[in-house]
Design a binder for this molecule. Sequence first.
Ligand SMILES: [Zn+2]
Length: 291
Amino acid sequence: MHDSSLNQSLTLLAVLAHPDDESFGMGGTLALYARRGVAVHLVCATRGEVGEVEPQLMNGYRSIGDLRVDELRCAAGKLGLSDVHFLDYRDSGMAGSPENQHPQALVAAPLDEVAARVTAIIRRLRPQVVVTFDPVGGYRHPDHIAIHQATVKAFYAAGDPAVYPGEDPPFQPQKLYYHTFPRKWLSWAVRLMPLFGKDPRRFGLNQDIDLLALTRDTFPVHARVDYRAVQSLKEEASACHASQSSMGTSSRPLQWAFRRATGVDQFMRAYPVPEPGLRERDLFAGVNGTR
Ligand SMILES: [Zn+2]
């Protein structure tokens, strides 16, 4: 195993959509690399402006976006992130919601515009490894899919001086990963939910997540990162997102599935194209650490 311990020249860039994606998703991996001395940066495309928040949490805040940025700053501190970079788009809400049509919505932005912004950040930070959502954005959130597509475009554009030319010189990161969540435990949970009076096709605060459909989206797993050494940091970071915390706790089978899935993050490697049977345990395996 490649040792990325205390290597100040290594940089990891995670490109995600909303405040909370970093903690509820790959937070364990981010905290693990930060603790090893890797500079871990987060791009957050929106401020999570859309959704319901309990009124008492809004005390002292002018908007949901302000509250959620504060929650993200709290989580970033727990995870040990070097910095958070906002792209200043607006949360698009779930598929088909009126928020999709807002002129600042991430899904309303041209792909090339978003990709150019991510490219500029890659050239400035010079990460060896870039991580983002899988092609269906984990659970088909339109913003997750949009930022996935922009990140893929940016990853390949960043090293090409002819594409999205900007202030900084071209820089080609060495590896691109998609975080995927384990379908095995989810499909068990989906089978158990009806026994608890829950409809797996209408999950979430807005009952608009079809978990059954999600179990059919499968992606190969090329890397498993064991983050149990920093699991408490992931939990502390998740607790920062108080306004979003009822999301995963509304169903006992899902709580059970999340506990089963905890401790290890799964990634599909998009670049370099993996050889058959690839099983990595370190996203920096084989990486040349000079910037
Ligand atoms: Zn999200």
